[in-house]
Write a protein that binds this ligand. Sequence first.
Ligand SMILES: *Cc1c(COP(=O)(O)O)cnc(C)c1O
Length: 217
Amino acid sequence: MGLTDIKERIAKAEREAGRPEGSVTLIAVSKVQPNERVRAVLEAGHRVYGENKVQEAAGKWPDFREAFDGVSVHLIGPLQSNKTRQAVQLFDAIHSVDRPKIAKAIARVAQEEGQCPDIFIQVNTGEEDQKAGVLPGETDGFVAECRALDLPVKGLMCIPPVDETPSLHFALLAKLAARNDLAGLSMGMSADFEEAIALGATHVRVGSAIFGERDYG
Ligand SMILES: *Cc1c(COP(=O)(O)O)cnc(C)c1O
């Protein structure tokens, strides 16, 4: 448990996969965690964080950014179009772009604001009804649509179904990214980030293994 341990495990997974050290970005998922825990990880020197709600991020990150240099915050949860401007202002990357309406909204607001977060397209690799993301078969078309809007598309993101072997989903995401010339792969969480790194993850999203369990009470 803890930041040091996770960083060591990432470095080991990079070596075992024959990948350069530092090729994987650790996104410390700070959603729901008490501010003291987040501050401790900031004080330990970590600078890349993930949040899944715009409102929650808006409540804590402006202050943390003032207190700590070089912070970057990634939105890893769903984005509603009425929160687009706030999201473009708050986040360095958005991992959950999954429909034309939101892609167009981001492109329009980014132009007005003169800045655009890095874009990851979420793919519903398990084709689950309740899950966000474009279907694997729609991915090529949607990547092209986002590129036509001049969005800085960096990669693909997935959240595998809880009851399936994650590796199959990571491999599928890697295949979809490769055939679209996308270098970024946002995949792997506390339980499976090493497998994700073995299959090419460039961004792993690790929450509870760094901060401890989330208390939703
Ligand atoms: C919460 C969350 C994570 C982190 O999950 P852990 O199991 O705590 O590592 C990763 N990705 C997304 C999209 C999340 O919402």
